[in-house]
Design a protein around this ligand. Structure first.
Ligand code: EPZ
Length: 430
């Protein structure tokens, strides 16, 4: 397995182009199942999760082509993919594929809505928590789906099509909102989704569905109104900028000091993180199409944060913020309210010299004057990148193992950091 070696202590200066958001690209690709016409997606990040989902979609019968390089392109703006599900050849999403990526479970709603049946493996637990799917199933049942669990599979049927209804989520779920929204576009009549997740990635999918002919209002709010249509058409859509990647590089720049411009960043999707970084003493200048992060020798102040559904502080930036706070001048408190087991980075950060104590869902991070390089292990996507952030500031050499976690969600990570002066290199598996 590949490893990444980081020699810490280099100040970051330069520009980083922000990629398309993984968590928008995946559901956008799944939306191609809703139509027989071609969905063109631009700015799709080159990620292992995208490739895996392409395999899953191919298994359902989706044809796909990827544009080659065009004159003047340097490959920094993602790929253009054309997806065409003229006929759905197979409505089963098998365990071997779904178990490798949870988001693939989201094919359930679109397949059921379009084909009147779907059989999708239960995704099972994962490193960050148990992650049940009860809310997905509840929503699809409210839309008239008949759901059974058979031998580890969700078997859903709606032979006469789905019917619009009021879907009230007792708890905010990004994935269940995606599933309900996509399914309801083809349901008969009106659907009202209440307590919907408001993450910008849902707004991006909703905007694409509207281009495909769906009738959706309330986009960006917690109540979505959908008037079902008989069929959707093709569309051309560019994936929005990745706010989690943006936040990750903002914290990398903040921990090393220096000045980094994040090109294409959507600061308007990062209010809670920007507020927290400013409180920590990091300077952030926002322009229409970029964010400049700078810290020039001044101290880092400790902060207290709690992860929350959007627009609260994102759980997907919790580990990175913790890495930053290991170098703050005082004790920070970080509470994780979304996933019950999303602190696996704590032990690995401790290997670099961080002082962190855990009490239930809360971590107390006592800032230290220096971190020291060590061998560390990636456990999940965001935990891994928090170790990269800490390693950039650590004295000496850090080697990160199990890099495949990073490749699931960060496009050209080494190149982007190297471009700002970091010493980061991939060591290929022996
Ligand atoms: C999405 O996961 C993201 N994944 C996650 O990003 C992100 O951490 C999460 O939303 C929260 O923001 C993608 O977009 C592909 P949820 P999702 O359903 O949809 C509970 C990353 O690193 N819940 O909003 O699976 C659940 O256990 C990934 O890129 C139920 O109880 O998250 C959790 O506690 C990791 N029943 C909470 O809701 C359900 O049926 C929020 O989960 C569904 C969820």
């Amino acid at each position: 397995m590949d490893r990444i070696r980081i020699r810490g202590g280099k100040i970051l200066n330069g520009d980083i182009q922000i990629s398309g958001a993984k968590n928008a690209a995946l559901p956008l690709m799944i939306a191609s199942l809703l139509t027989g016409k071609t969905l063109t997606l631009r700015n799709v990040p080159r990620l292992a999760d995208v490739n895996l989902l392409l395999r899953i979609l191919r298994n359902h019968g989706v044809d796909m082509t990827v544009d080659g390089k065009r004159a003047g392109e340097d490959g920094s703006l993602g790929e253009t993919i054309h997806l065409s599900a003229a006929t759905i050849a197979d409505t089963t999403a098998p365990y071997e594929l779904v178990s490798r990526m949870r988001a693939s479970f989201w094919v359930l709603g679109p397949l059921l809505a379009r084909c009147g049946e779907a059989k999708v493996s239960l995704p099972g637990g994962c490193a960050i928590g148990t992650r049940p799917v009860d809310l997905h199933l509840m929503a699809l049942e409210q839309l008239g789906g008949k759901i059974d669990i058979e031998a580890g599979y969700v078997v859903a049927k709606a032979p006469n099509g789905l019917k619009g209804n009021r879907v009230v989520f007792p708890k905010v779920s990004v994935g269940a909102t995606h599933n309900a929204l996509m399914a309801s576009t083809l349901a008969k009549g009106e659907t009202i989704i209440e307590n919907a997740a408001q993450e910008p990635e849902i707004g991006d999918v909703a905007a694409c569905l509207v281009k495909m002919g769906a009738k959706i209002s309330g986009i960006g709010s917690s109540t979505l109104h959908v008037e079902g249509v008989d069929e959707l058409k093709g569309a051309d859509h560019s994936v929005l900028a990745d706010r989690i990647e943006t936040g990750t590089y903002a914290m990398a720049a903040a921990i090393t000091g220096g000045e980094v411009t994040l090109k294409g960043a959507r600061a308007d999707h990062l209010d809670s993180m920007i507020a927290a970084l400013r409180q920590a003493g990091v300077r952030i200048d926002v322009t229409q199409s970029a964010m400049r992060i700078s810290r020039n020798g001044n101290r880092l102040y400790p902060i207290n944060i709690e992860t929350m559904p959007y627009p609260g502080f994102p759980t997907d930036l919790q580990a990175q913020m913790m890495a930053l706070m290991t170098m703050a001048d005082g004790v920070s408190t970080i509470r994780e309210t979304i996933f019950e087991n999303r602190f696996m980075h704590v032990q690995e950060l401790a290997r670099l010299g961080a002082e962190i104590s855990l009490s239930g869902d809360t971590a107390h991070v006592k800032g230290v004057h220096k971190l020291t390089g060590a061998q560390v292990m990636a456990t999940d996507l965001r935990a891994s990148v928090s170790l990269v952030i800490a390693a950039l500031a650590a004295e000496g050499e850090t080697v990160l193992h199990r890099v495949y976690h990073l490749d699931r969600g960060f496009e050209r990570l080494e190149a982007k950091l190297q471009g700002c002066g970091a010493s980061v290199e991939r060591l290929a598996a022996a």
